[in-house]
Ligand binder design. Structure first.
Ligand code: SAM
Length: 347
């Protein structure tokens, strides 16, 4: 991994506050579903535990990584083991078990309900994302390709704040210093394209997003006076054709919303629209290969498992996914203390 971090890109303090509300729900579901008791009886990998307990492995993997990063599990040779803290406070047979507290806390956590549903619902086999049809906000609107103007307006503001520091960090890494045309898939407010175009005078960007978002994005671009080099392309990335002829495709916080099979479909679309030698660039918070965190990425993964159809990935998982899509020379660049760009090249 090449370290391209710059001062000012360290947002670990706000991320800790933003994501600490995932800690308790992760512990509550593990308690409710007997995950910790089962590991105390026999250590297991995510796949073994998911088969043993009949739970969704994608969501379970996020919960296990977070509990490991909090010190309740220890991964050894690919299997999770319980720690002393778990034996004392989280196993029903212990005289110091906190079960009475956990029972009360379940009543107060909407995220717990969402996470419980994610762990107990199997993934569909189709690569096309499924909409539950319950509402047009968030991931349901994304999956069906139709977002209300109100949902688009609040999501665009949210993502702009959420990603501003990470975007400047990517721009300052100079990973795109020699790029001419970049396609920013799910580019939202244009937070990354704006930072990149402001840094590199020779770069033009296309922000591709749903029509309701593309109705708002030009305001963000005009505010920075970059409308001559940043345009918007309104499309449903799952159902519509993608624009062609880019030397870089950028996807930030996109893969983490979807199952690996859906991400593979997106990676193949990116491959198709890139010029030979062009690069796919997946900007995400990466999980460690040993399944023990880091805590912020693991907590983010629990949030994604509860509220989207996705999870955070390890570098090894993204490398394998991009290889399956046809990319070569896959490498990882750390752009901030929390974020990385995984880049692959179209031969
Ligand atoms: C989590 S946000 C990421 C925004 C931005 N890339 C960032 O990192 O801050 C996901 C983005 O993907 C867009 N998106 C979701 N589903 C889409 C679809 N079916 N077609 C096009 N864009 C979609 C959303 O509108 C949103 O802007």
């Amino acid at each position: 991994m090449t370290d391209l971090r710059v001062p000012g890109s360290d947002t670990r303090d706000v991320w800790e506050i933003y994501l600490s509300p995932t800690w308790m729900p992760a512990l509550l579901v593990a308690d409710e579903l007997g995950v910790l008791e089962s590991i105390a009886d026999a250590p297991g990998s995510t796949d073994e535990l998911s088969a043993r307990l009949g739970l969704n492995g994608r969501a379970l993997g996020s919960v296990l990584a977070l509990l490991a990063s909090l010190g309740y599990l220890a991964p050894r040779r690919g299997r999770y083991h319980v720690t002393d803290a778990t034996r004392h406070h989280l196993i029903p047979s212990s005289p110091f078990y906190w079960g009475g507290v956990w029972a009360a806390m379940r009543q107060h956590s909407p995220l717990y309900d969402q996470l419980l549903r994610a762990l107990t619902t199997p993934d569909p086999v189709e690569a096309m994302p499924q909409s539950s049809g319950r509402n047009k906000r968030g991931v349901d609107g994304w999956a069906s390709g139709s977002l209300t103007p109100e949902a688009a307006a609040s999501m665009t503001k949210y993502m702009h704040s959420h990603s501003a520091a990470a975007a400047v960090a990517v721009a300052q890494s100079d990973l795109f210093a020699s790029t001419s045309r970049l396609l920013d898939v799910g580019g939202c407010s244009g937070v990354f394209s704006i930072a990149l175009a402001a840094r590199h005078q020779g770069l033009s960007c296309t922000i591709m997003d749903l029509p309701a978002v593309c109705a708002i994005t030009p305001d963000f671009v005009k505010e920075r006076g970059l409308e001559d080099r940043i345009d918007c392309y309104a499309a449903d990335m799952f159902r519509d054709p993608w624009p062609q002829g880019y030397d870089a495709v950028f996807l930030s916080n996109i893969f983490h919303d979807w199952r690996p099979a859906t991400c593979l479909t997106l990676a193949r679309h990116a491959f198709d629209v890139l010029l030979p030698g062009g690069t796919i660039n997946v900007h995400e918070m990466l999980l460690a290969d040993d399944g023990a965190g880091p805590r912020t990425a693991a907590a983010f993964s629990v949030l994604m498992a509860a509220s989207t159809q996705g999870q955070q990935f390890t570098f090894a998982q993204l490398e394998s996914l991009l290889t399956d899509a046809g990319f070569v020379d896959i490498d990882c660049y750390s752009t901030s203390p929390l974020h990385s760009v995984v880049r692959g090249r179209k031969p």
